[in-house]
Design a protein. Structure first.
Length: 462
């Protein structure tokens, strides 16, 4: 006899949306979450002042909350925008007055129009590369990337080999390498061309993913993105259980039994919403089909350290700079001004991706902070060396995430075993942003996957 209709594994946005929709349909549901908080890869937190031990004496800077996980929302992320509206959570535009900086091969350029951030030859090279990339991406079937017209050919090569073949200039090649690191948090030699094409197409195109106004970085959530998960969890109340890492899922024709710290919960169906790389460390009895196992072994995460440096005021605006920086020199390759709407502080967010994140994560905290601040100072001047607050979140070190922003697939994985991504195994269903067709890797994709999984289990319940 089942305790509940559905067990959901993981209280990230995708798990909470799954549970919310199952409960709204009048069915019973329990969410089991490994961490002592909800939200998963969304985490909104205060910033400790510089000079104090953040563990012993957090003394956060008054009223300031930053997003150490997901932070931005695009105008076409309609599912996320609907959740924000449902809970009365506001957004604030990302675009700041002033020039952005592009620094490549030792040369720095100020620009307002992204299309003019390079010299004319590099601009033309990037434009032809983008055209060829978009033409190929349009051929990818985002619902089934393994099935598209040229799937086998695209999946037999890395994105790096495409870059070398396509771009005619060194700076053009550097641009696409930086784009890959910024979007997937991994170097282009680690990832299948088919996966990059799919991922870009899933989010409305590569340029859209890289764009601030109107694109993936269009706006930020006032008070932090984690509020979405917190509000969903508030509504679910006692049905969300924290500190309950799921270790084993037993399944047969009669039902499901999900084992966590406090024992077993029985149900008709289970939805596993943890990232595929972590889903593979749960024991399934009986074991999963081989294609599913092979797939989850081939979906590593990127590496990201997200840093916030807080200043008394946004001093870079004195020099008519917007605080937005793209550079080929780590660790400060991707920087945004994320000061609060009232500018009570000046806040710079640094997204340290790929190899730079691995390097930064291996340094002790003081050396890592010094490396980041020196990087900022090289673009914005010596004032960048003196923040009043500093916070760095290394997602690769997080036991229940192990890297981000999401999973990427190496050559061969999509076409050989990709069809196992969403296919239920008996009573076990799969969700999480990695399973989304649209906005895969983003919060919007997490919501879409939760809605899809909820519909699947509701249709299958007795
Ligand atoms: C630094 C960073 C920046 C990002 N920026 C953006 C952005 O600007 N915009 C955007 O849209 N997206 C962004 N993302 C991506 C976004 O955060 C994710 O796509 C989304 O939050 C994924 O939600 P999810 O529910 O699918 O997975 P998760 O959030 O990973 O949720 C999975 C949950 O499962 C739990 N779990 C894991 N294993 C177990 C287990 N064995 N038992 C029980 N529970 C378990 C985890 O603790 C977690 O709570 C960013 C992510 C990061 C880390």
């Amino acid at each position: 006899m089942a305790n509940v209709d559905v067990v959901v594994v993981g209280a990230g946005v995708s798990g909470l949306v799954t549970a919310d929709r199952v409960r709204a349909a009048g069915r019973t549901v329990v969410v089991l979450e490994a961490r002592g908080r909800v939200g998963g890869r969304t985490l909104s937190e205060p910033v400790p002042p510089v000079g104090t031990d953040s563990e012993a004496d957090p003394k956060p800077l008054a009223g300031l909350v930053v997003d150490s996980g997901a932070g931005w929302v695009a105008p076409d992320q309609t599912l996320l925008l609907a959740e924000l509206e449902r809970f009365g959570i506001a957004t604030t535009p990302q675009v700041r007055p002033g020039d952005a900086l592009m620094s490549m091969r030792g040369k720095s350029r100020r620009y307002t129009d992204a299309a003019r951030s390079f010299d004319p030859v590099t601009t033309a090279d990037i434009a032809q590369g983008m055209l060829r990339f978009s033409a190929a991406a349009e051929k990818v079937d985002v619902a089934a990337p393994w099935r598209g017209e040229h799937a086998a050919r695209y999946d037999a090569q890395t994105f790096e080999s495409w870059i070398r073949r396509t771009c005619l200039t060194g700076k053009g090649r550097d641009y696409f390498r930086l784009a890959c690191e910024a979007v997937l948090a991994t170097a282009p030699q680690n990832v299948s061309l088919l996966h990059v094409l799919f991922y870009a197409q899933s989010g409305g195109g590569l340029l859209h993913l890289l764009t601030t106004g109107g694109g993936a970085h269009d706006a930020r959530v006032v008070g932090g993105m984690q509020q979405v998960a917190e509000r969903l969890a508030e509504d679910l109340g006692q049905w969300v259980r924290l500190y309950e890492p799921v270790s084993t899922i037993m399944h047969d024709a009669d039902g499901i039994s999900v084992h966590s710290e406090s024992g077993a919960t029985t149900a008709h169906r289970v939805v596993v919403t943890v990232p595929p790389a972590l889903a593979s460390s749960i024991d399934y009895l009986p074991g999963l089909p081989q294609d599913r196992t092979l797939l989850t072994q081939r979906m590593p995460h990127g590496s990201v350290v997200k840093v916030h440096a807080v200043y008394r005021r946004p001093f870079w605006r004195d020099a008519a700079l917007s605080g937005e920086i793209a550079s080929d020199q780590g660790p400060t390759k991707v920087v945004f001004d994320t000061s609060p709407p009232d500018d009570a502080y000046g806040v710079l967010t640094v997204l340290v991706d790929g190899e730079d994140a691995v390097r930064l994560g291996s340094m002790d905290a003081d050396r890592a902070r010094d490396a980041v601040l020196r990087g900022l100072a090289s673009h914005l001047g010596p004032k960048a060396m003196d923040p009043v607050g500093y916070l760095a979140k290394d997602w690769t070190a997080e036991e229940w995430t192990r890297g981000c922003y999401g999973a990427h697939l190496p050559p061969g994985a999509w076409t050989q075993v990709g069809s196992a991504l969403r296919t239920p195994v008996g009573r076990i269903h799969w969700a999480g942003t990695e399973t989304a067709e649209r906005w895969c890797g983003y919060v919007d994709g997490a919501i879409a996957s939760g809605e899809r999984a909820a519909a699947e289990v509701l249709a299958a319940l007795p």
